[in-house]
Ligand binder design. Structure first.
Ligand code: ZN
Length: 219
């Protein structure tokens, strides 16, 4: 009985968070901001992929980042070096960003000064996937260094994504991993997936297209 009740309470919390997430989305829409929630394990390369996008987009769009992590300062400094507004959320022991934190962070952005907002979530793939923060699109980053079966093992997580980037593809051979298998595994549950490498530039154009098409309302 106790066990059932716990599951019930957890479902209630997730439902309340979903409603709060939709409120965040309304707020973002009102401010004319398109938000991208970027999920991935520690070391998957979330920060570098967001930085690559900032570099390509900052001439044409006003960009901001919410950097969330157990200790977010490191990524936060990297984002700030691009001369854009950054809201840092140190989550401490929490394994995910919650909607309240995001509401507070959005309210720190000056209306009319942001077109595109990247939310770098806490570095794990399990828990953050359960929480909708109000983002327009959700991108999951998975690195070939995490192993060829990483995607196939976690279908539920990938079902929540709008895009999966199989990152560090330049290391696939060294890791003895088939990155195309990872892409195909991702496509079972996600509408879009491709290989990326910040080092070689592979897939960065597709990542940029995904962002700008979302901004322009094409997807
Ligand atoms: Zn969590």
């Amino acid at each position: 009985m106790v066990r059932n009740r716990n599951i019930w309470v957890e479902e209630d919390i997730i439902k309340l968070e979903m409603e709060a997430g939709l409120e965040n989305k309304k707020l973002l829409d009102h401010m004319g901001i398109k938000a991208f929630n970027v999920l991935g394990a520690v070391g998957s390369g979330k920060t570098s992929l967001i930085e690559a996008a900032i570099e390509k987009l900052k001439r044409d769009y006003q960009i901001a980042v919410i950097a969330g992590d157990l200790v977010a300062d490191y990524a936060s400094e990297r984002f700030k070096s691009h001369g854009i507004p950054v809201v840092t959320l140190n989550t401490g022991k929490e394994c995910h960003l919650n909607t309240n934190q995001i509401t507070g962070a959005i309210e720190k952005l000056k209306p009319g000064t942001v077109d595109i907002l990247f939310i770098e979530n806490v570095g794990n793939l399990i828990c953050p996937a359960e929480f909708y923060l109000g983002e327009h699109k959700r991108a999951i980053v998975v690195s070939v260094t995490e192993g060829e079966d990483t995607v196939a093992k976690r279908p539920v997580v990938f079902k929540t994504s709008d895009l999966v980037m199989v990152n560090k593809a330049d290391l696939a051979q060294v890791m003895d991993v088939d990155p195309d298998k990872m892409v195909n595994d991702a496509l079972v549950n996600s509408p879009l997936a491709f290989k990326t490498s910040v080092r070689t530039g592979l897939g960065i154009g597709q990542w940029i297209d995904f962002i700008t098409n979302t901004y322009k309302g094409k997807t």
